[in-house]
Design a protein around this ligand. Structure first.
Ligand code: OXD
Ligand code: MN
Length: 649
């Protein structure tokens, strides 16, 4: 049984002249190629790419095909078109910034409609024990996927332009990078992909020069409701039939029905994480949901760390941190995704495969993330934030608008401070070029990546979890990643604040069976002569008995980085052993000038952890069952044993 019944959704009737229309297009493509001999003429595309385009033109029946060259001129034409159609409005308060309002039914990633499609279910997802429901991804058979695609895509682009977006994940000159081509009928997606990835003719040139012209195939349509009723003409979508499919065996992505974020900007979650993790497994590296930052201490020693937090848990804030500790400097390499591998010297190296930031807007302010506020008011597409009458944007957390300035909420309705509904949607976003970040690291686009010395895992844990602790070794670190949990956020369709398991912050992004993924992480230790980085768990969100946050967070998190650097630099007397890992000694953690409850922040309550260990063990045994690696089973046992003999005072 597939995880989702694609059902007998009505077929969208094939426009009668679809095939004829395709033939006309084809003739036009040929003649335009002859006239211009442009790299972007369909008939001059590398053979495999041309085949991919033509096959989908035949299915989707667009009235036009445009191969994107990534130029400013092309972008300007698309922006004009989007303004004309009412999809975006210009924000004259800033330079080259725009606001889009999506359909209310298309505001976040839809995890329940996201599938990994393989011949064998067990290749794609962990197979839970008994009748338990799988929590880490959904599987669909290849046959079901093909049926679902046919039901949705035939004729779906009639009357629209099909854009062909050649893009690179990672710098074009990096051996770690990969090329993708996205076909889409959304100009908004083209403009956003141009911010988030490296788009253009250089990618086509690379494809042309490569022997096998390898690229990941990504097909996207905002769709067309079967009823024919497009509810929100400025933002066509088909929420009833939205599907996001991945076929790792073919390195293919097919996304239908949504124009929003990770559902439609296919370089990001679909390619860089889901398909990326399957490629990484094949090739022996890691594709992860992590930020990358460089941190320099007062002695001028620089280290790079990566950190995995679930969506909307502050990765962007951390990646752009302004350290409160004097003499420290943080520089940003990336805020969401990392591709990393051990080099020939055994050093773990990472690249940021993205080119922009797709950050959550609400909560971003001069006090929480001043660097982001210096980054995002140029060349940015905002989506679902509120709009001010002086041509700017507004969201929760931002300074109140100046007197006399009025606000329209994300739905375009008048809004005043203190209203019962939010001004901006909780998952509203800014899409902004990374190189505008004033603290972008000088090596952020280095083809060889940056050397990584520490891996952090973290989540929103109101109870029981210390501010920071260190794994005893690599295997224990992998177990800590597997045990990650966090309060649900607005980045996907979940409601409320339930604490959810989110192993490695990858729960929505695994491209293959989580048990195999654990084995892959464990196998890094078997590579010859590798320098395994230290692994940490951090939690900025612990609350006291009154429900108040115990840690100020943001720039003060530099104190945690300071301790991590001491550990990485092998400073003596910096750690004490607890059953869950090493926590800082009081002397080694710089809390000078802060009024915090050190003992409370670092306590490891026996009762809480005994429950936690049981719950994590149940989760892992139930979810991963036969594929749970022996090393992880041993880690569970070791933790329980350590807790049993734990004496608290
Ligand atoms: C994101 C997410 O958009 O994780 O980065 O949802
Ligand atoms: Mn993310």
């Amino acid at each position: 049984m597939p995880d989702f019944d694609v059902g007998d959704a009505q077929y969208v009737p094939l426009p009668r002249d679809c095939l004829r229309q395709y033939q006309r297009n084809f003739v036009r493509m040929q003649s335009s190629a002859n006239e211009t001999k442009k790299l972007t003429a369909v008939s001059l595309l590398p053979a495999k790419l041309r085949e991919f385009v033509e096959e989908n033109v035949r299915i989707c029946c667009p009235s036009n095909v445009q191969v994107c060259d990534g130029s400013d001129a092309e972008n300007q034409l698309l922006v004009n078109k989007l303004i004309e159609s009412g999809t975006i409005v210009s924000l004259p308060k800033y330079k080259n910034c725009f606001l889009a309002r999506s359909s209310v039914k298309d505001v976040a990633r839809v995890e329940s409609r996201t599938f990994i499609c393989t011949r064998n279910r067990r290749d794609a997802v962990n197979v839970p024990r008994g009748s338990a429901l799988g929590q880490m991804g959904n599987w669909m058979s290849l046959e079901q996927a093909d049926k679902a695609i046919e039901e949705r895509f035939v004729g779906c682009m009639a009357g629209r332009t099909m854009y062909v977006i050649p893009f690179s994940m990672g710098p074009l000159n990096s051996p770690y990078s990969k090329i993708g081509v996205q076909l889409t009928d959304s100009a908004y997606v083209v403009c956003s992909m141009r911010i988030m990835t490296r788009v253009g003719t250089e990618v086509l040139e690379k494809l042309n020069s490569d022997q096998d012209s390898y690229f990941v195939k990504a097909l996207h349509s905002v769709g067309r409701p079967a009823s024919g009723q497009v509810e929100h003409p400025h933002w066509p979508c088909d929420p009833e039939r939205t599907l996001i499919l991945h076929k790792p065996e073919f390195d293919e992505i097919v996304s239908y029905g949504s124009g929003y974020g990770g559902n439609s900007l296919l370089g990001k979650k679909c390619f860089a994480l889901r398909i990326g993790s399957t490629i990484a497994r094949r090739e022996g590296w890691l594709a992860e949901h992590m930020l990358i930052l460089g941190v320099t201490d007062p002695k001028g020693r620089k280290r790079y760390v990566v950190a995995a937090f679930p969506s909307a848990c502050g990765k962007t804030n951390m990646a752009m941190m302004r350290p409160s500790l004097p003499g420290y400097k943080v520089e940003c390499v990336g805020d969401d995704i990392v591709w990393m591998r051990f080099d020939q010297h055994g050093q773990l190296r990472a690249i940021n495969p993205e080119f922009g930031f797709f950050g959550v807007a609400p909560g971003t302010s001069g006090s929480t993330n001043p660097v982001a506020m210096e980054t995002i008011f140029e060349n940015t597409i905002f989506t679902n934030v509120a709009q001010t009458s002086d041509g700017g944007v507004y969201w929760e957390g931002m300074e109140d608008p100046a007197p006399g300035v009025t606000v329209k909420d994300w739905l375009g309705e008048p809004w005043v401070p203190g209203s019962s509904t939010p001004a901006a949607h909780p998952n509203s976003r800014f899409c902004t070029p990374a190189d505008q970040c004033p603290i972008i690291d000088e090596h952020w686009a280095s083809p060889e990546g940056v050397p990584i010395d520490a891996i952090l895992f973290g989540g929103r844990r109101p109870q029981g979890v210390p501010l920071v602790y260190e794994a005893f070794d690599w295997k224990h670190g992998v177990f800590i990643g597997a045990s990650m949990k966090s309060e649900a956020t607005a980045a996907a369709e979940h409601k409320g604040k339930a604490i959810m398991h989110d192993p490695f912050a990858m729960r929505p992004f695994f491209g293959y069976n989580f048990g195999h993924y654990l084995q892959h992480w464990l196998s890094m230790a078997n590579k010859a002569n590798v320098k395994l980085p230290k692994v940490y768990h951090v939690n900025w969100f612990r609350k006291d008995k009154e429900g108040k946050f115990m840690w100020p967070g943001y720039g003060e998190n530099s104190r945690v980085l300071d301790w991590i650097l001491r550990r990485v630099n092998d400073e003596p007397n910096t750690a004490q052993v607890t059953p869950i890992g090493y926590v800082p000694t009081k002397e080694s953690f710089n809390a000078t000038g802060l009024n915090v409850d050190f003992d409370g922040l670092f306590s490891v309550p026996k009762e809480f952890w005994t429950e936690e260990a049981k719950e994590v063990a149940n989760f892992l045994y139930e979810q991963v069952d036969q594929d749970l690696p022996q090393d992880i089973q041993d880690q569970i046992k070791n933790l329980i044993d350590r807790l049993n003999s734990y004496q608290t005072n």
